[in-house]
Design a protein. Structure first.
Length: 229
């Protein structure tokens, strides 16, 4: 499904507004870890369930689905077999993003009826605009910019980290004072601890730091994301 372009700041504003709405309902300040499941159910008024979507929809690469008319978000329960809490929570945030950003387009699609899944998320579609937008919404929801920058200032520095080396030290046993790519898991872990992002994966945190320009990779090396789980 094609969707219109949405600016990053507009997506971030919608995520912030959702947190603010839940905060008004809850009656206390919402800080990380962001309770995304409660937000889905209380602020969005949706039912969040877990089901075997691979069996139900006949595909092995499904992460979640939204039944717009029924107001249901369904997460593939098979993710419990191989995914971390961070991945599961991010998927919930991703589906919340689809609801906020895209449900109207799903309802307007021809052939949709009250019993059909209006939006189904496949791994193979991860690079499509609709999926990127939902990913960015989830990142803004789970890792609000203000809290991320505060934690970064506490554990790293007031200035962005520019990474020009893959690993530390040009000689065996010699440590480099310059930041390097293989430090990323430790940076992410420190960020999650300092900011209270206990339901966020290290992979998601590293991506968020790069999106905000706080971690700049000048090398051609890309982290093996499995090492960040």
């Amino acid at each position: 499904m094609k969707v219109p372009w949405i600016a990053k700041n507009a997506i971030a504003d919608k995520a912030f507004s959702l947190i603010a709405h839940f905060q008004s309902l809850a009656g206390y300040e919402i800080t990380p870890p962001i309770p995304v499941e409660e937000i889905i159910e209380r602020s969005l008024g949706l039912r969040l369930i877990y089901d075997d979507l691979e069996k139900k929809l006949g595909s092995r690469d499904i992460l979640g689905a939204i039944y717009v008319h029924a107001k249901v978000i369904c997460i593939n329960e098979r993710m419990f077999e191989s995914s971390s809490e961070g991945r599961l929570v991010f998927t919930c945030g991703h589906e919340a993003g689809h609801w906020v950003l895209h449900r109207q387009y799903a309802m307007d699609r021809p052939g949709q009826d009250e019993g059909s899944a209006a939006l189904v998320c496949h791994l193979k579609d991860a690079k499509k605009a609709i999926e990127w937008q939902a990913d960015y919404f989830a990142a803004c929801l789970l890792m609000p910019e203000k809290e991320v920058r505060k934690a970064f200032n506490e554990v790293c520095s007031l200035e962005p980290i520019v990474v020009r080396n893959v690993r530390g030290g040009s000689e065996p046993g010699r440590r480099s004072e310059e930041p390097f790519v293989e430090q990323w898991p430790y940076i992410a872990a420190a960020m999650c601890e300092a900011g209270g992002f206990s339901n966020v994966s290290k992979q998601a945190m590293i991506i968020r730091l790069q999106e905000l320009g706080l971690l700049v990779n000048k090398t051609r090396k890309r982290m093996n994301w499995q090492s960040l789980e």
